[in-house]
Design a protein around this ligand. Structure first.
Ligand code: UDP
Length: 448
């Protein structure tokens, strides 16, 4: 029997990180790699209850778990104590696997840049490694610039902006407002400091120690940003195709048969990723906005999306035109011909998925990189419009209705969406830039 190259993949424990790395795991298995996919126990349990039976057993992918603690801990123990524990868990796991499978030991580690410490573990163990960036190249280029931003007095050593101004990296990339950086969080400075300390500060170091740097993007989509990080290898947009998409919640597929019954290009799809939450007032405005728009809608309302109830009578009044699910098979939904537009928080995965399916965006960013993703969608690619909150920070029902009408009647946005879809698809098809990058990466890591 052939000996297989064996890759260990370690995502940060949240949906937007597990998803793209699971897609990468399947792509590597398709190339003949053995893959060990490492999750924390709680994420592992969620995956095992969400994974459809047909995907449960893949002969080349094993899903394993380590104790909690891959993620940053807002109120927890001293950081160094945690890091030492994490190091040991991972080192022990690798040693155990290598003992059990001594003819196919782990030859490569791919770690999410948000758990970059895992790259230090693999380096110490003499195993080659790859850092994986699950967000866009432009935002990553900004992250790599942070020492210069500190030097220039634009922010302090904790990532807190010292000036209210715009940061520009290139004429072609929308500038960042210093209040809307990757590590910004609604002006919550304590949280911002923690995010900066845990996710950003050591990124430059992690990039230095890794042998490869993968990004879930395509050169064609973010050319200027890719030029700023020449050592990065864009291999996206990653797709689930017919594989498991790495969901942490079971998909409700009844929405696909519901979509089959709707007219072509008629349905507003609303989904805000895995972490966005709405207060009662905002939830109500959105519900009423949908109702007065009068178009069919498919709305993902996760069980932890809001503590509010639907407005009185809303479900009855919209029973014929609306479908609400707790979790949708998003890529399949976006590819459905009855979808007209995507009301999105602009998480990077959702952005790549909507773009690859040619669906216009109504952008409603919430935190972190989502603001800049919105700017890229609206200003660079010109495939969407943004919702503007009122003076109290609420996006009103009239704003929602008005912008949906504006978006679906905009012919230029439709044309651009189809153009960008083609571009995104081409990059991952045979001969495309991401396709070639991936194969060349595969060839190189097979050698170890
Ligand atoms: N997603 C899904 N079904 C849903 C909502 C979201 O499959 O009902 C997936 C979506 O396809 C995407 C991921 O969840 O791959 C969310 O990642 P993103 O980066 O957009 O947002 P985050 O959750 O990190 O904020």
């Amino acid at each position: 029997m052939d000996r297989k190259a064996h890759v260990m993949i370690i995502p940060y424990p949240s949906q937007g990180h597990v998803g793209p790395l699971m897609k990468l795991a399947y792509n590597l298995a398709d190339e003949g790699f053995k893959v060990t996919f490492v999750n924390t126990e709680s994420i592992h349990t969620k995956i095992m209850s969400a994974i459809p039976q047909e995907f449960e057993e893949h002969s080349l992918i094993s899903l394993v778990s380590v104790p909690e603690g891959l993620e940053f801990n807002r109120h927890g123990k001293d950081r160094f104590e945690e890091v030492a524990e994490r190091f040991d868990h991972l080192k022990n796991l690798i040693e155990k696997i290598n003992r059990l499978e001594n003819d196919e030991p782990i030859t490569h580690v791919i770690a999410d840049i948000s758990v970059g410490w895992a790259l230090q573990v693999s380096k110490k163990m003499g195993i080659k490694s790859t850092a994986f960036v699950p967000y866009g190249s432009a935002n990553f280029a900004l992250v790599l610039q942070f020492p210069k931003l500190i030097e220039a007095g634009i922010m302090d050593v904790n990532g807190i902006p010292l000036k209210d101004e715009f940061i520009s990296l290139s004429k072609e990339i929308p500038a960042w407002n210093t209040n809307e950086l990757v590590w910004s969080f609604h002006g919550d400075q304590e949280l911002q400091k923690l995010i900066f300390r845990h996710f950003i500060r050591e990124t430059v170091e992690y990039v230095k120690i890794s042998d490869f740097l993968l990004v879930n993007s395509a050169c064609e989509l973010e050319q200027s940003a890719c030029d700023l990080i020449p050592n990065a290898i864009p291999i996206g947009p990653l797709h689930a195709s017919n594989h498991f998409a790495g969901n942490l919640w079971p998909e409700d597929s009844t929405c696909l048969t519901w979509l089959d019954r709707q007219p072509n290009g008629s349905v507003i799809y609303l989904a805000f990723g895995s972490t966005v939450v709405y207060n009662k007032q905002q939830f109500n405005e959105l519900a009423f906005g949908l109702e007065i728009t009068g178009q069919p809608f498919l709305w993902v309302v996760r069980s932890d999306f809001t503590e509010a109830e639907f407005p009185d009578g809303f479900l009855e009044r919209t029973a014929n035109s609306g479908k609400i699910v707790k979790w949708a098979p998003q890529e399949k939904v976006l590819a459905h011909t009855s979808i007209s537009c995507f009301v999105s928080h602009c998480g990077w995965n959702s952005t790549m998925e909507g773009l690859s399916m040619g669906v216009p965006f109504l952008c409603w960013p919430y935190c972190a990189d989502q603001f800049h993703n919105k700017d890229t969608i609206c200003k660079n690619w010109k495939v969407g419009v943004g919702l503007v909150p009122d003076e109290n920070g609420i996006v009103t029902r009239d704003e929602i209705k008005g912008k949906i009408e504006q978006l679906v009647s905009d012919k230029d946005i439709k044309v651009n969406s189809l153009k960008l879809k083609k571009m995104a698809r081409k990059s991952i098809s045979e001969g495309g830039s991401s396709f070639k990058n991936f194969l060349s990466f595969v060839e190189q890591i097979k050698k170890f």
